[in-house]
Design a protein around this ligand. Structure first.
Ligand code: SF4
Length: 907
């Protein structure tokens, strides 16, 4: 029985900013969400993703009951938890007996809560006896882990969010913070507005929206970061802008680095990086003369075959200038996932153990084994993500447990990943959304609780632990991740170690937290003094928080002491190495991948909300206009993009923010929304030798126009998720198909497809049936000679479904009519005319893009306002855009800058 509206304080489940949210609910259903004004990460702010959380998670996309497949090629059928987990325990036990502990593996996620992670780690290492437990954080932060550990001695970001506001010079490297960490970017924007003398340098091959805040943008060539940092250090040394006293007192290894960077002269570095010497000198001058210097970075450094070297070369700048451990200073990685930090803390990478310990360290293994009451922990090195899926593909891994992640979308070289999953004898997928690409391969599919339905803790980018609270029960049979893991572990231990006391007697997430926290005692991250009660009474806290502490630790290394063997930070001297795939004749473009503003990772959650597609309705490849001209392409043309590993077909779009010779495509697109295996069919599995993080940011590609004369367009409202599931397989056979959602008040399914030849009539009949266009108030026009057909369903004067087949020239015009609700005489005239283009249609295309998601303001409306001379403030006043979450403000500023420039140029 639903009760009156209640509010539960929890956290956002998307990025590592870790914003606090207030979930409005009735005890059964989530009704709304707002930023938590008391949470120190966001003080009430949310970005467009966080503010839409309550609109996501459609039950049609959720897993509700366990499903089991009893043989490859058979369909899965619904089962109960006892049967599901007994079956899994039996298969795992048989596999372990027959092939040994390293024949199974666990691939888990930065989305899990700390308690979930801890249960998985104990299961893999203490019960199963394997270090084959890795996480999707391997794709995200493992280079930062190596950078922190070897330069500073521990995987501990030393700063806090207030440092972002208090710094005099902020260097943002390889991060489109405006899209990826929007609430922190808002805090930076406000700080810059209050203290305009704060200098912001953005280093990114693309001119992203983050650059709109920058005093200096260095559009370096992809992968040249190490050369840039060494070049800056060269100038700092030459100009005397280093802190010799700090170097002597608190560091080691400077002389070797000094010898190395001597060769990184401004001329050489400007050449390697593709920037001017003037800009390089300006960057060094801003950094060297700033009273405080902070660096922020993300995937642009980490997702690289030199990721560890890039991290350490950046940290070198802080050590050389003594800019660490004080207000507004220090190296500060922006964590991608909401609890990637918790994963690192609990040992959820194959080379780690709980409490920031190393699996390769015998002393560390003994400490954890003693604590867990087992004889020993496995000595054999565990497989990292890329190695792990390769071992699945080669048949060495025979049982694979995947939790809360979607490797069939997110890993590089997707052809091989799909092959691996299809080959594996037993795949378990523990997942809240049964619509992900990976679920297709599950022999056992286990429904997991999701945001708002589970309890535990998360650590955000600034080491701050929040209590994640449950607002509503999980739907149907879905269970919390820790509970699934512990239940499976108990069944498995009855088979593997019968008669012995259970290692998994946990009955709540609190019980897991209480056991886990003591493993951190006396370690750098010591959180043994924390409890759920303290988090509830005192709010989120930053570790270390040792026993007896009364508050967390805002900043590390203020005393110049580092957790290394001799207490000194370690300079790392490594030369610049180019990315693995550089441009060459057959692959003349470098593909960079990144994020969309309103989507998250593989879109399993955000892809269930139509509103979140308004800003980027379809998958596109962005190229500089010069590259389009060179290849005789136009925006909107369908192109085949191919790398050494695979290909896919998407429309191309001209984009001045991408440098010539480069290309950009968002990382979110997978096979669910786009025919082919998605963006990552192109990306490469080459990885950093230390962090084993793959080089997702640099792939050599080539593009060519494809001729697919038969095109298709459809838009239909009602039963969106179920229609999607029914229609999606029918488009698999076409060369190009992009199925997404559209609209706000009237969520709709949007389909764009193309093919070399027209599909047969039965195919179209099936489609019309599923679109509801086979009967009722449907206007129809067919020209069989040209294989062209149009259908429009109008109900109560409103278009409710459209289908164009053969040619689709009117699709933008129709979409516009759909959005304005019009179904007038003009539409009827066009429909019955043989002309593809509606009469009176302007050749200038509307963008169809929603700029402000909160208040539904289109890009066209903003551009029209700018053309009338409105500035940012008057746009906000008149259109209300940018007045809520603020995520669209950088884009509005960019439009203002570009449109104003074009007016000046044309004057
Ligand atoms: Fe969520 Fe946005 Fe905050 Fe990240 S910045 S935690 S996505 S609300």
């Amino acid at each position: 029985m639903a009760s009156p509206t209640q509010v539960t304080a929890s956290t956002c489940c998307y990025c590592g900013v870790g914003c606090g949210v207030l979930i409005e609910h009735d005890g059964e259903k989530i009704l709304g969400v707002a930023g938590d004004p008391s949470h120190p990460a966001n003080f009430g702010k949310l970005c467009s993703k966080g503010a839409s959380l309550h609109l996501t998670g459609d039950l049609d996309a959720r897993g509700l009951y366990p499903e089991l497949r009893l043989g490859k090629g058979l369909a899965r059928s619904r089962t109960d938890w006892d049967n599901a987990l007994d079956h899994a325990a039996t298969v795992f036990a048989e596999t372990l007996r027959e092939h040994g502990p390293d024949s199974v593996a666990f691939y888990i996620s930065g989305q899990l809560l700390t308690e979930d992670y801890y249960a998985f780690n104990k299961l893999a290492r203490a019960l199963v006896g394997t270090n084959n437990i890795d996480s999707n954080s391997r794709l995200c932060m493992s280079s930062a882990v190596v950078g922190y550990k070897r330069s500073l001695g521990a995987d501990a970001p030393p700063c806090n969010y207030e440092d972002i506001e208090q710094s005099n010079c902020v260097l943002i490297v390889g991060s489109n913070m405006a899209f990826a960490h929007p609430v922190l970017f808002r805090r930076l924007e406000e700080a810059k507005a209050q203290r305009p003398h704060m200098q912001i340098i953005v280093v990114d091959p693309r001119r992203t929206d983050t650059c709109e805040l920058a005093d200096l943008h260095l559009a370096i060539l992809p992968g040249s970061d190490v050369a840039l940092f060494h070049g800056i250090l060269h100038i700092l040394m030459w100009e005397g802008w280093i802190d010799r006293r700090y170097i002597d007192a608190h560091t080691e290894g400077f002389d070797a680095l000094k010898n190395l960077v001597r060769d990184y002269t401004p001329a050489a570095v400007a050449d390697i990086c593709g920037i001017s010497q003037t800009d390089l000198l300006q960057a060094a001058s801003l950094i060297g003369q700033a009273p405080s210097f902070l660096s922020l970075w993300c995937m642009g450094l980490n997702q690289s075959s030199s990721g560890s070297a890039k991290n350490s070369a950046l940290i070198n700048l802080h050590l050389a200038t003594g800019q660490i451990g004080k207000v507004g200073s220090g190296p500060f990685s922006l964590t991608g996932q909401p609890n990637a930090m918790g994963g690192r803390e609990t040992g959820s990478l194959s080379n780690l153990l709980p409490g920031h310990r190393d699996a390769a360290n015998a002393e560390h293994r003994d400490e954890v084994a003693d604590y867990w009451g087992v004889d020993s922990l496995p000595h054999t090195t565990g497989l990292t993500a890329i190695e792990l899926f390769e071992a699945v593909r080669s048949g060495h891994i025979k049982a694979l447990w995947i939790a809360c992640t979607n490797p069939a979308q997110s890993l590089p070289d997707q052809n091989k990943v799909h092959e691996a999953l299809a080959t594996c004898p037993f795949v378990v997928v523990q997942e809240a959304f049964f619509t992900t690409e990976t679920c297709h391969y599950a022999d056992l599919l286990l429904p997991a609780a999701s945001w708002g339905e589970k309890e535990g803790t998360v650590t955000n980018s600034e080491r701050r632990i929040s209590h994640v609270r449950r607002a509503v029960p999980a739907p149907a049979d879905a269970r919390e991740d820790w509970a699934i893991t512990a239940d499976f572990a108990r069944r498995l231990e009855r088979l593997l170690r019968p008669g012995l006391p259970s290692l998994f007697t946990f009955d709540s997430p609190n019980a897991l937290f209480e056991e886990y926290k003591h493993l951190t005692a006396k370690r750098d991250l010591d959180l043994s003094g924390l409890s759920y009660a303290i988090l509830d009474h005192q709010g989120p806290q930053q570790w270390p928080f040792p026993a007896g502490a009364t508050q967390g630790t805002p900043r590390l290394y203020g005393d110049g002491q580092f957790p290394t063997t001799n207490g000194r930070a370690q300079f790392q001297a490594e030369p610049f190495r180019a990315a693995k795939e550089t441009r060459e004749t057959r692959y003349s473009l470098t593909l960079n991948t990144g994020r969309l503003r309103d989507q998250w990772h593989g879109m399993s959650r955000t892809g269930s909300a139509a509103q979140l597609f308004g800003h980027a309705p379809e998958a596109l490849l962005n190229l500089h206009p010069d590259e389009l001209r060179r290849r005789r392409l136009q925006s909107g043309d369908l192109i085949k993009v191919r790398s050494r590993r695979g290909s896919l077909i998407v429309p191309v779009v001209a984009d001045e923010s991408v440098r010539s010779g480069q290309a950009y495509m968002p990382m979110h697109w997978g096979n669910r929304f786009l025919n082919g295996l998605g963006t990552n069919v192109l990306t490469q599995p080459a990885f950093d030798p230390l962090s084993k993080q793959p080089e997702l940011k640099h792939a050599g590609i080539e593009v060519e126009k494809v001729e697919l004369p038969w095109s298709f367009f459809a838009l239909v409202e009602g039963d969106v998720q179920s229609r999607f599931e029914a229609l999606r397989p029918l488009f698999e056979a076409l060369a190009y198909a992009n199925l997404t959602l559209s609209g706000r008040e009237r969520p709709a399914l949007l389909i764009r497809a193309a093919s070399a030849v027209a599909p047969d009539a039965e195919w179209l009949e099936q489609i019309d049936h599923l679109l509801g266009l086979n009967k009722g108030p449907v206007l129809a026009y067919d020209d069989p000679r040209k294989a062209v057909g149009k259908r429009v369903r109008i109900e109560d004067g409103r278009i409710t479904a459209i289908r164009l087949a053969g040619e689709t020239a009117a699709r933008d015009w129709l979409k516009g009519l759909w959005e304005t609700g019009g179904a007038d005489a003009e539409l009827r005239r066009w429909l019955l005319a043989p002309l593809p283009t509606p009469p009176g249609t302007s050749t200038a295309k509307a963008s169809g893009k929603t700029l402000c998601n909160c208040l539904n303001v289109s890009q066209d409306a903003v551009c029209a306002g700018i053309a009338r001379g409105l500035d940012l403030n008057s746009l906000k006043q008149e259109l209300k855009c940018g007045t809520q979450c603020g995520s669209c403000v950088p884009e509005i500023k960019r439009l203002l800058a570009t449109q104003t420039m074009s007016v000046v140029a044309n004057a």
